[in-house]
Design a protein. Sequence first.
Length: 100
Amino acid sequence: MTPKNGGKIELKLGATTPDSAEYEARLQTAAAIFQATVRVGASAGAKQVDFGAWTSDAGGDPPEWLTADARAALKAALRSSQSEGRWPRRIARWRPEPVD
């Protein structure tokens, strides 16, 4: 379902190793859907989360506030994998658009 306001974050687990994972990211606003592959953990380098190139029918990148929320969810997944020994298979969130 397309959000009428705010943004939707969907992250689906792909390939994994004990210290890294790849997720398919889908970020959605009322205006567009953005998709990218994301590396998390050791394979992402010092940043711990590395988004690949974004694709969208609207062009451009998703709003920074939505990308920041997705990055925070992925860092939480990394911490969870380190303590529990497994990666979350799916992460879904809805976030309100920030008010200036």
